[in-house]
Design a protein around this ligand. Structure first.
Ligand SMILES: Cc1cc2nc3c(=O)[nH]c(=O)nc-3n(C[C@H](O)[C@H](O)[C@H](O)COP(=O)(O)OP(=O)(O)OC[C@H]3O[C@@H](n4cnc5c(N)ncnc54)[C@H](O)[C@@H]3O)c2cc1C
Length: 415
């Protein structure tokens, strides 16, 4: 690796991706066909480490748009048998009559989305990356410094305890909500603490979920039950329960029996009795938005660009569209860090990001509010949504990720 570079033609890499989590690894796979480009991924954790926090116990909802991108990456056939389709989404409000149901047949799709364990997504991505000779996976490694000029970016990386200088045409920051790369680039960030935590756990229920995802708004915050693949012949769902930060310690320290009782009281008996609850994890929730997505030869994607509240289940889905868009631009260019190219990335991703942010923020504000008139309006809103198929359709398209620009990968076209 070079000490100093003077020309764009003598750089070490075309693209260096900082962060090999859900989004950085997805981008690497999206670039699988770009064998004429030299690419590196810089990741803090060892390859396939069990403690890699991005591929943890979380279970996420992949929307239909993400399925298309995974198809275009040529990885869907490997993932599909390991995940559970969401056929219908049932939205209700505890204590009120309003409810609505979004149905896959009405939307003309096989499934509205899919429920996947992060660990499994990670395994499928890593297996593919291992086969890609043009991608160097640098780990355990992290970024220490970043400087750039018009022609290239110069990075100082610590790789297995050794400092290295590495130059490249484009740096993609995929190092999460606390992105060091974003900071080193001097990109500003807006941050809002929601004063909420999401508690996740897998639960076994008496009745089959039949592919229904439930989103229930309760006085302590939204509670989702997402359908999972069965295990040991037990019907499983994963829960995402949003609570006020002050309640986190209390709920995390409940005995399994009391936790199940609280959950049952809020969710009701749509899936019969909750028979068992697995390990709980709590995630503090904050909104993070980078003021710019690009500076010089650096572009940011995923949580480094936007960390969202999980109520709408959109964080990775939105991020995968970032990855698809930047991959498409990289594929067309000799100089993937060219200013015109990155300006295109900024313009197209900003629109999508704002649309998803508005949807998510509206859901958080409306559904986390205990104010009675608002609760009545919310119930009336759900009834209206149930009666108005066109409105329901619009909401379904948005949450399936099928509104806005359809790049190549969203149209299942390989790069
Ligand atoms: C409770 C919960 C539920 C969610 N549910 C959904 C859902 O249903 N649907 C959905 O689409 N999204 C969901 N999300 C959001 C989704 O999990 C995130 O959007 C996604 O994981 C972001 O991935 P990322 O790779 O951008 O960031 P991260 O997962 O934070 O990964 C960052 C990576 O960068 C590495 N790294 C960090 N610093 C450095 C450095 N200095 N140098 C090198 N490497 C570095 C880290 O080790 C890590 O591997 C949910 C999130 C939560 C918290």
């Amino acid at each position: 690796m070079s000490e100093q570079q003077n020309s764009i033609d003598s750089v070490d890499y075309d693209v260096v991706i900082i962060g090999g989590g859900m989004v950085g690894a997805s981008l690497a796979c999206a670039l699988a066909s770009q064998t004429d480009k030299k690419i590196a991924v810089v990741e803090v954790f060892e390859f396939e480490s069990d403690t890699q926090p991005s591929f943890d116990d979380r279970v996420i909802a992949l929307n239909y748009g993400s399925r298309r991108i995974w198809e275009s990456m040529g990885l869907w056939a490997e993932l599909e048998p390991l995940i559970e389709p969401i056929k219908d989404i049932h939205v209700s409000d505890r204590g009120y009559l309003g409810a609505t149901r979004i149905n896959h047949q009405e939307e003309n799709v096989e499934a509205l989305g899919y429920v996947a364990e992060n660990r499994i997504i990670g395994r499928v991505l890593m297996q593919r990356i291992q086969q890609l000779k043009h991608i160097d996976w640098l780990c355990p490694a992290h970024i220490e410094d970043l400087k750039q000029n018009e022609n290239f970016a110069q990075l100082v990386l610590e790789i297995a305890g050794q400092q290295n200088n590495v130059s490249c045409k484009l740096v993609v920051a995929a190092d999460g909500a606390m992105s060091r790369t974003r900071e080193l680039t001097g990109l500003g960030v807006k941050r809002e603490d929601y004063q909420q935590s999401a508690i996740i756990a897998n639960v076994a229920t008496e009745y089959a979920h039949n592919g229904v995802a439930y989103e229930r708004f309760t006085e302590s915050g939204p509670l989702a039950f997402l359908p999972m693949t069965p295990s040991d012949n037990q019907q499983r769902s994963t829960i995402v329960w949003t609570i006020h930060t002050d309640e986190t310690e209390n709920i995390m320290s409940l005995s399994d029996e009391n936790f199940i009782a609280q959950l049952q009281q809020r969710f009701g008996f749509r899936l019969g009795h909750i028979l068992h609850a697995g390990k709980r994890n709590a995630y503090p929730l904050a909104y993070v938005e980078a003021e710019q997505l690009v500076k010089g030869r650096v572009a940011i994607i995923g949580n480094a660009a936007h960390a969202l509240h999980p109520v709408s289940g959109q964080g990775y889905n939105l991020a995968l569209r970032d990855a698809a868009e930047i991959a498409e631009l990289i594929a067309t260019a000799d100089d993937p860090g060219h200013a015109l190219l990155l300006a295109e990335y900024e313009a197209s991703r900003r629109k999508d990001m704002l649309r998803v942010y508005q949807l998510t923020d509206t859901l958080v504000k409306i559904f986390s509010n205990k104010f009675t008139p608002l609760a009545h309006a919310r119930a009336a809103g759900l009834i209206m949504l149930d009666l108005l198929p066109s409105l329901r359709h619009l909401m379904a398209r948005q949450s399936m990720g099928l509104l806005g620009r359809m790049g190549k990968m969203m149209r299942r076209i390989p790069l």
